[in-house]
Write a protein that binds this ligand. Structure first.
Ligand SMILES: [Zn+2]
Length: 366
């Protein structure tokens, strides 16, 4: 069962959200933009630092009643979280400078107040301080390669292929598998190696399973890739597969381990590097989606020791896609292992699961 989080009554609707008009738009699903109709706000923050070079992850939970409140010069009270992030970074072996992060308490907070009154004020400060209650700072093991490099700017951490000696290596698919493992997320890699098309005519007497390499190439299909291989299948009408000359199409997603596998059969990135770059662009969105919708449910606070560096999964993924040429597949990496899903007919069907990708390659379909 999921851990419980402290909550406060929504200050906008006083815990009585208007159900809203029928057909209300997506930005006002239930009439109260603050609580989305739930009447409560979660009074909890989670700070996480992840080391993408080792997979080490450390997290801290910020909740009312457990805050290190300090006076602000000139008046007022605050909780300085920058030092806390620095501690997490040190524990995760991350070099770099955390962004300044401060939680300000209401002006009427005072250490002389009764404990329950202080708790209420702290709960409101925590619940209302940021839009992103799970803050993930991502860093690397090595010393910063230029002055002022900050934690958490993922794109800056990526490094450049062929950069100067000592510069961090580029982020790769293996890096993201390790990051997903450390953060207890699921990394989903969807590949599609080709598009099925009507089979060209075969010589009379040819077997259904005969490879059509060398036969007449399918033509007259605008918008489809150039074929480099054509096959028949043994199910239903014979089809050929037009495969991209530069390899399969890719898409990466970072999701909650509980999220269903999306049935998206048409990834678009032309290679793993493009897919990694596209995922990095939406990483903040992936972290936001990991926060439970129900405010009573605690935000997961991942913690993980360094993990062994996995081998480069790209060659094996390309081989898997080729085995299933003509249809989309998704390989799902989690702490629990690795699964292969076959996509089609509006659903994602799990075909194989194993401890890791090399084991998946030789596992029998379940
Ligand atoms: Zn509300």
């Amino acid at each position: 069962m999921s851990a419980a989080a402290p909550v406060i009554t929504c200050p906008v609707c006083s815990g009585r959200p208007d159900p809203g008009p029928v057909g209300a738009g997506p930005f006002e699903p239930d009439g109260c933009p603050a609580c989305a109709g739930r009447g409560r706000l979660r009074a909890q923050l989670v700070l996480t630092v992840a080391n993408i070079d080792t997979g080490a992850v450390r997290s801290a939970v910020v909740e009312p009643g457990r805050l290190d409140v300090r006076p602000v010069p000139g008046g007022g009270w605050r909780v300085a979280l920058t030092a806390r992030i620095g501690e997490l970074a040190e524990a995760a072996g991350v070099a770099g400078t955390p962004d300044e992060l401060t939680l300000r308490l209401p002006a009427d907070w005072d250490p002389e107040l009764p404990a329950d009154r202080r708790y209420d004020l702290e709960a409101r400060a925590v619940a209302e301080c940021w839009r992103e209650p799970w803050r993930v700072a991502i860093g690397r093991s090595g010393a910063p390669n230029h002055a002022g490099r900050r934690l958490g700017r993922f794109g800056l951490l990526a490094g450049q292929a062929g950069g100067r000696p000592g510069a961090p290596g580029p982020l790769t698919l293996a890096t993201l598998v390790r990051l997903a493992h450390g953060l207890d997320l699921a990394l989903l890699v969807t590949l599609r190696d080709g598009v099925p098309v009507p089979a060209p005519s075969r010589p009379a007497g040819a077997s259904k399973s005969t490879d059509l390499n060398g036969g007449p190439a399918p033509v007259g299909l605008p918008g489809l890739p150039v074929g480099r291989e054509a096959r028949t299948t043994t199910t239903g009408a014979p089809v050929a597969v037009l495969r991209w000359p530069d390899g399969p199409r890719w898409e990466l997603r970072l999701l909650s381990p509980a999220a269903p596998v999306p049935v998206d059969e048409f990834p678009t990135a032309a290679g793993p590097r493009a897919a990694v770059a596209a995922l990095i662009d939406v990483l903040d969105l992936a972290f936001a989606e990991r926060v439970p919708v129900d405010p009573h449910v605690a935000i997961p606070a991942p913690d993980h020791d360094p993990v062994a560096v996995p081998g480069d999964p790209v060659p094996e993924l390309i081989r898997l896609a080729a085995r299933h040429a003509g249809r989309a597949i998704t390989v799902r990496f989690t702490r629990a292992g690795c699964e292969l899903y076959l996509l089609g007919a509006g659903r994602a069907r799990r075909s194989v699961q194993a401890a890791d990708l090399p084991a998946l390659m030789v596992a029998r379909p379940s």
